[in-house]
Design a protein around this ligand. Structure first.
Ligand code: CP
Length: 312
């Protein structure tokens, strides 16, 4: 594996999942593997879990870390080639990526979608430019279209809490006041394709994810029908893909409540966090014993550790 930009970069999904589960049992078993090496973490957007869990994973492997809030602390980057840089952008990614490669043995990057230009977002300009001009591996800490470290952590959580051979998993859209990207929903859908599960996506009309990603997946616009008998309810908002970047509805009909969870098979509630309480899901759902949101966050350490180990 040269870079970890999507789940398909993993040499073997199942082996990676086993490795992550193994690290959870014994986090320090390779505590000298990264000795003398440095992981750089560049954030173009905010983070709590990704920032801390990836650093923790690096520490468990003996790696040093350097963290930079790139959008606030560094020079504004130019990504276009051949431009006359007379505006606000002071440094080209060609130099920036090459320079960071002198200090770091791996570079992890968070760069969200603009949600204003679908073509540019899908080209993953920030990650792909760093991958092109850096001389060290690039790791995706959530890009425009993918959040593979989250999806791998979610796979660990599903594995830990499943009670049947082939559980029913529902990925359901939920409301949110801001336009959010598709990265989590996309990567969760891709990840579930590696599991033996019964998978349904539920979303209101106008909120279908990228059809290339949901090809072959059962999608419903009736949330109650989708939740019927579910073992896991993975809840997430995303903006419209078809009407790119737009919020089409703000009512709370799709918010996850205890009454909706009663439709499930004593289902577990999942969300990648951060979550807006009483907008996406009610307090009663988030506070219930069936909520796995903190378990998911813990597993971010071991998903990152499994990826870093393979890149090392
Ligand atoms: N789930 C997740 O990626 O959380 P952060 O945005 O806080 O990193």
């Amino acid at each position: 594996m040269n870079d970890f930009i999507t789940l398909s970069d993993l040499p073997d999904f199942k082996q990676t999942l086993d490795l992550a589960m193994d690290f959870k049992k014994n986090p320090y078993k390779l505590s000298s593997l990264g000795k003398g090496k440095t992981l750089g973490l560049l954030f173009f957007n905010p983070s709590l879990r990704t920032r801390l869990s990836t650093q923790k994973a690096a520490q468990n492997l003996g790696l040093s870390t350097m963290v930079m809030n790139f959008s606030q602390e560094s020079w504004a980057l130019e990504f276009e080639d051949g431009t006359k840089m007379s505006g606000l952008r002071s440094e080209h990614v060609r130099e920036a990526a090459a320079v960071v490669s002198q200090y770091c043995d791996m570079i992890a990057i968070r760069a969200f979608a603009s949600l204003s230009d679908k073509v540019k977002d899908e080209a993953e300009v920030v990650l792909r430019s760093f991958a092109k001009y850096a001389s060290v591996p690039i790791i995706n800490m959530e890009s425009s279209t993918a959040h593979p470290l989250q999806a791998l952590a979610d796979a660990i959580t599903l594995n830990e809490f499943k009670t049947s051979h082939k559980p029913k998993i529902v990925l359901t859209w939920a409301p949110h006041p801001k336009a959010l990207p598709h990265a989590v929903g996309n990567s969760f859908t891709r990840m579930v394709g590696n599991l033996d599960v019964d998978f349904i996506i539920a979303h209101p009309k106008g909120y279908a994810l990228n059809p290339e990603i949901t090809k072959g997946v059962k999608c419903l616009t009736n949330q109650d029908e989708a939740l019927d008998g579910a073992d896991f309810v993975y809840t997430k908002n995303w903006c419209s893909y078809e009407h790119y970047g737009q919020i089409l509805r703000t009512d709370d009909k799709w918010m996850i409540t205890s009454e909706k969870m009663e439709l499930t098979n004593n289902g577990k509630f999942m969300h990648c966090l951060p979550v807006r309480r009483n907008i996406v899901a009610t307090d009663s759902v988030l506070n219930s014993n069936n909520s796995l949101v903190i378990n998911q966050s813990e597993n971010r350490i071991y998903s990152a550790q499994a990826v870093l180990k393979q890149l090392l």
